[in-house]
Design a protein around this ligand. Structure first.
Ligand code: PEP
Ligand code: MN
Length: 363
């Protein structure tokens, strides 16, 4: 299902220079004037034109550093005036928007904890009405693509046409190596639904640790996302928030130059022939898969009728467990991952149970 937004292409925003990736970088939080100026100067020296810095910080526990507040907007103005950079910050309500507009901030973003809340998103959209400031929307903390799209729609209906998104992964209760679970499939689905939306990935909040930033950034580029928002601090160890995930400007510069930037597509004739041949093989196999699945469901329907005649219930857990164990073993021998097999056969089983249910319910 495609979603239609009325958008100004990112190439016309005037901020980002090609070749991609488009990079936004800067400290998690603006802490002192000196820290902001020093970090920004370091980033400018690495060729970065857009500074991020949190002015109001959404912290989990009260009593942590919750941002310097409007005082920091004066430092961002200095960055603009003295270094010629563009500046952006997070807004989480109408007061923040008013302060940012007054201070001449070039772009704002909605944080993950704001995107989840339609009341706040609407409040921000109303406060932005009549301006043409670009707005980036981070994914909500939970993997709900409609909530994410809903936030974009609210802003777009308020007349914001320079819209983009930032994928920072999703909060999870499970213990994983990253801070957030990437959930790339949600980002890929959003890209499919609204292909013209500029897409940034935030490897800092996704990874939570410096050591993961390069790999996540490369993954983002491999998937075809064109922007990165990365946290950078002149002295990361002393950062007042998110110390473990910030890079110095020169570390960031090195990381960026190590990335392999992939083309979106190619007009090269031999590439087009090669990819065309591979894709037609995939198309043929997909057709075969569809007819195999149809035959399998027909047999499930037969089983449903047979069970109904003999008054037997649909679910037989032992049969399902042994089928799954068998599939995992055979698939594993062929190099298919257990996760993939469980998900695929889980979906097949669910559909098969539905087919049988419909038969049981019919008179
Ligand atoms: C941030 O970018 O500083 C931030 C708070 O991130 P998130 O909204 O992704 O948690
Ligand atoms: Mn942060």
């Amino acid at each position: 299902m495609a979603t239609k937004l009325d958008l100004v292409p990112v190439g016309e925003w005037g901020f980002f220079t090609l070749p991609r990736p488009m990079v936004i970088a800067g400290p998690c939080s603006a802490e002192t004037e000196e820290q902001v100026m020093k970090t920004a100067a370091g980033l400018a020296a690495e060729g970065i034109h857009m500074l991020r810095a949190g002015i109001w910080k959404p912290r989990t526990h009260p009593g942590c550093f919750e941002g310097i507040g409007p005082e920091g907007l004066k430092w961002l103005r200095r960055v603009k005036e003295e270094l010629g950079m563009f500046v952006c910050t997070e807004v989480a309500g109408e007061k923040h928007v008013a302060e940012c507009l007054k201070a001449g901030v070039d772009m704002v973003w909605l944080g993950a904890r704001t995107t989840v809340n339609p009341f706040l998103v609407q409040e921000i959209a109303d406060a932005l009405r009549g301006t043409d400031i670009p707005v980036l929307v981070k994914n909500p903390v939970n993997p709900d693509i409609d909530l994410w799209i809903g936030a974009l729609e609210r802003l777009n209906r308020a007349g914001i046409r320079r819209l983009g998104v930032i994928h920072r992964g999703f909060t999870t209760y499970e213990k994983i190596q990253y801070r957030n679970t990437p959930g790339w499939q949600v980002a890929v689905e959003l890209r499919t639904r609204i292909p013209e939306l500029p897409f940034f990935v935030d490897p800092s909040h996704m990874g939570g640790k410096r050591e993961f930033i390069a790999d996540i950034s490369q993954r983002a580029l491999d998937l075809g996302f064109e922007g990165l928002m990365v946290e950078s601090h002149c002295n990361p160890e002393c950062a007042l928030s998110d110390a473990a995930q910030q890079l110095t400007p020169s570390e960031l510069g090195k990381m960026l130059s190590s990335l392999i930037v992939r083309d979106k597509d190619s007009d090269d004739l031999s590439y087009r022939e090669g990819i065309g041949a591979l894709r037609s093989r995939i198309d043929l196999l997909d057709e075969e898969l569809i007819s195999l699945l149809k035959s399998r469901m027909d047999i499930s329907a037969g089983i449903g009728r047979y069970k109904k005649e003999h008054n037997i219930s649909i679910i037989q857990a032992a049969r399902w467990d042994s089928l799954m164990a068998d599939v995992i073993e055979k698939g594993g021998e062929k190099g298919l991952s257990e996760k993939f097999l469980r998900e695929l056969f889980g979906a097949i089983h669910e559909e098969s149970v539905d087919v049988q249910n419909r038969i049981m319910e019919a008179d």
